[in-house]
Write a protein of this length. Structure first.
Ligand SMILES: [Zn+2]
Ligand SMILES: [Zn+2]
Length: 248
């Protein structure tokens, strides 16, 4: 039997859908079906990442038969074991992320949950012991009011709430924005920015880091370095989208 509270939520949601039909969070057009969190037109513009991509860093290859290591990963190694992103960077996904980060509202999270369910990339990961959203510095957190990586983690992994930890990794340095910086500048900017707060809890564990965008990978690299230094057994990375170039 459905508990009364859940039944009530169901009835209220259905009534709200009739009064205010769900609108596409990007273009505000009404969506046709209640389970669709983006209109057909916006959905068709999304670029889901599928094979072929670099088996380590997840970089997308334009023309290749199968997954292999990219030039970067052959030359140097990342501190993380594997990185994957759900989407290639384009205006719809960038717009949804921008809205989440800067509108001060966490509406639109259902869309991210729904979109992550449409991708099969999540199956690429071993089950983690902990899911760690990339932390914000406390000053930026105070300014924004919430950490977008934390709310995304809660939305994408609703069944793993206990694994989501925001107390294991903190950001000590309030680094200036990374936008417009090169890969080397980003790495310099972030050096020693992240600190593992409870190394004994991290030791020997499988960690999944979650962030919104992978650009040069400098942020997740610094997080992974700190976690591996603390003894993490494995560190994987999941980002919503990937903003680097597509390689042939
Ligand atoms: Zn739309
Ligand atoms: Zn690679």
């Amino acid at each position: 039997m459905i508990p009364l509270k859940e039944k009530l939520v169901e009835v209220v949601t259905a009534s709200l859908d009739i009064l205010f039909p769900p609108a596409c969070p990007f273009c505000k057009k009404m969506t046709e079906t209640a389970d669709r969190f983006l209109c057909e037109e916006c959905f068709s513009q999304l670029k889901f990442i599928t094979t072929p991509y670099c088996s380590c860093c997840g970089r997308i290859f334009a023309a290749s038969e199968e997954n292999h290591l990219c030039g970067n990963c052959l030359k140097s190694s990342w501190a993380f074991d594997k990185a994957r992103s759900l989407f290639s960077y384009e205006k719809i996904i960038a717009g949804l992320i921008h809205k989440l980060k800067y509108s001060g509202k966490t509406t639109g999270l259902e869309t991210f949950r729904w979109l992550s369910e449409q991708s099969n990339l999540l199956q690429d990961f071993d089950a983690p012991d902990f899911i760690l959203p990339v932390p914000l510095h406390r000053k930026r957190l105070r300014h924004r009011g919430f950490n977008q990586a934390l709310v995304l983690a809660k939305s994408i992994f609703p069944g793993d709430r206990k694994k989501i930890r925001h107390d294991l990794l903190t950001r000590q340095a309030n680094t200036p924005t990374q936008t417009g910086l090169s890969g080397i500048e980003r790495r310099k900017n972030l050096k020693h920015a992240f600190v593992v707060e409870k190394p004994t809890e991290v030791k020997g564990r499988k960690i999944l880091i979650l962030d919104d965008v992978f650009t040069t990978g400098a942020t997740v690299q610094e997080c992974a370095k700190a976690l591996k230094f603390a003894g993490a057994n494995r560190v994987d990375v999941l980002t919503i989208c990937r903003a680097d170039k597509i390689f042939s």
